[in-house]
Write a protein that binds this ligand. Structure first.
Ligand code: HXC
Length: 515
């Protein structure tokens, strides 16, 4: 090497050292006190070892006085691999001006977002920021708007994931909520449009940051967060796990993995899963884990609207989205939160060509003033819309109850589902036998010598006549009534049969889902 080249390399190393130091050792130490990782460590854990390629490391903010400029301007951006597959990433560095969003920072983020979209690879945003860089005013707001626009244009083309690993307040919350999946870290992250101080001034309510917008709040109450993690590392590993199920983009067809789990595995235990009494609950998660490849199910929105289960699993190596009623919670009925949760999930699956497998045990929509006043009509319609609009293979299995409107909504053949299966224990009817008899046999019951005995007799009669899978099977609404032990085999048969499904919806700019 010539002397001149050595000098140039030395200078490069010095510049790299300055950039890698971020906000400096003191600020990094302060940042890491609460168990948080640095912005760079986060990227390293998210990506396969040694795969990160940083871009724009030396970009500085030209509106900051030269002496105060920090290379990178508070965000690390670039690309790398997760499980061998390309992804793009940005990671805000709180040690540099509080990770606040400057025009320069936004430009860096937009550059990788544009590349992610053009190259069809997922984008992961790690957020840890005091929000808009106050010194920059509207310039910073413009930066946010540029990111929001890209989030919207990328939606449905590439998977977008956000990890909230610190503060996320004001308008900054809207980029995460446009992305497909939001992760939050317990105790160290929070999201809100207006913070506790503003709330106190305006409404006189007193609330802590954690209670207002911490991970527990958003994963249980609002549904803003799809996943919560104990700490930064757990969060990043969860993102890797989620990415393992997702195609790189809406045209990517290469997500299958080899499995040792036999496609024709008979699951005898399922023949004893459904209790004899229709009033007794059972755990739908047990059914799911018995039938999917190697019992591996990644549940999404675990703590939000737990009366419906959504998540990813594989059947014979191929990833699918699973939607299932949970009879253990609210008897598995549909309410506002469950409808919103499942509808958005189904739309994600449809956008990214992941088949939807539904397990149904639904007594109906949750009755109540609260539900009606808050718009169960509109929200329930979202779920119906999402199922009907989806063109991916749709396989539905009714294990027990499938009543009324909820039967139609939950992936029934009547809403363009492809295969409808039912257990012999299925009760497919307009409503439960008891309710039905109380309405249509009211007079007979009231005139009977022993009304209670007459009600029981008529209920049993109705059950034999209507609350079974055979009326539906006779009409062709149910394709096959199966022994529960055959569930895995038959779902895989159905998915294989539908492998080359092509379905179209009429050409349009876009539909008008009841938002
Ligand atoms: C510039 C900021 C900043 C910001 C923090 N800093 N937020 N600098 N613009 N938005 C700087 C601090 O001055 C400090 O600099 C360093 O980052 C670390 O901040 P601390 O306050 O010391 O940290 P901490 O005590 O942990 O508190 C974190 C915080 C607090 C809660 C986030 O910094 C804060 O309240 N920041 C302002 C939040 C905010 O109101 N943002 C604007 C929201 S409106 P030094 O030099 O002392 O280390 C918004 C609109 C977006 O974002 C709209 C999009 C459409």
């Amino acid at each position: 090497m010539t002397e001149l080249m050595q000098k140039k390399i030395d200078e490069l190393e010095k510049r790299n050292e300055t950039a890698l130091a971020g906000g400096g050792a003191d600020k990094i130490a302060k940042h890491k006190k609460g168990g948080r990782l640095s912005a760079r460590e986060r990227v390293e854990i998210l990506l396969d070892p040694g795969s990160f390629v940083e871009m724009d490391r030396f970009v500085t903010n030209r509106s900051t006085p030269e002496a105060a400029r920090v290379p990178g301007d508070g965000v690390i951006t670039g690309y790398g691999r997760v499980n061998g597959k390309l992804i793009y990433v940005s990671s805000q560095d709180f040690t540099v001006v509080g990770g606040s969003m400057s025009r320069t920072q936004a430009n860096k983020v937009c550059k990788v977002m544009d590349l992610a979209l053009k190259n069809g690879a997922p984008f992961v945003s790690i957020n840890d920021s005091g929000g808009a860089r106050i010194q920059e005013g509207i310039e910073s707001l413009g930066g946010y708007a540029d990111i929001f626009s890209r989030n919207v244009l990328s939606s449905g083309v590439i998977p977008q994931i956000t990890a909230i690993m610190g503060p996320c307040a004001g308008g900054a919350v809207y980029s995460p909520s446009i992305t497909d999946f939001v992760f939050m870290v317990e105790n160290t992250s929070y999201m809100f449009v207006t913070g506790p101080d503003v709330i106190k001034a305006v409404t006189h309510e007193e609330v802590t940051k954690e209670d207002l917008g911490g991970a527990a709040t958003h994963s249980q109450k609002s549904g803003v967060a799809h996943f919560t993690a104990h700490d930064d590392k757990h969060c990043l590993l969860l993102i890797r796990e989620l990415l393992s199920f997702l195609p790189s983009n809406n045209l990517d067809d290469s997500v299958s993995l080899a499995t040792k789990d036999r496609p024709d595995r008979i699951v005898e235990s399922l023949n004893s899963l459904i209790p004899d009494s229709p009033k007794k609950p059972y755990d739908m998660l047990a059914l799911i884990s018995e039938v999917v490849d190697e019992g591996y199910f990644l549940e999404i929105h675990k703590n939000f609207a737990a009366n419906i289960i959504v998540g990813f699993a594989r059947f014979n190596g191929r990833p699918v989205g699973i939607v299932a009623n949970q009879p253990q919670i609210l008897a598995g009925c549909l309410n506002i939160e469950a409808s919103r949760k499942a509808a958005r999930f189904i739309r994600f699956c449809d956008a990214f060509n992941l088949p939807v497998v539904s397990f149904v045990d639904v007594p109906g929509f949750l009755p109540g003033k609260d539900q009606e006043w808050n718009g169960i009509i509109t929200h329930g319609a979202k779920l119906l819309y999402a199922y009907a609009e989806a063109t991916v293979p749709k396989v539905t299995l009714i294990t027990r109850k499938a009543y009324g409107g909820a039967y139609i909504v939950m992936g029934s053949k009547l809403l363009r589902s492809d295969v409808n299966l039912a257990f012999p224990s299925a009760e497919i009817a307009v409503m439960g036998a008891e309710g039905a008899v109380n309405i249509i046999k009211r007079e007979e019951i009231s005139k009977a010598k022993d009304p209670a005995a007459e009600r029981s007799r008529l209920t049993a009669e109705y059950e034999t006549q209507f609350s079974n899978p055979y009326v539906s099977a006779e009409l062709g609404y149910t394709d096959e009534v199966i022994e529960p032990a055959l569930t895995r085999k038959r779902i895989i048969d159905s998915l294989e049969m539908l492998k080359n499904k092509r379905d179209i919806i009429p050409p349009k700019k876009h539909g008008n889902i009841p938002l």
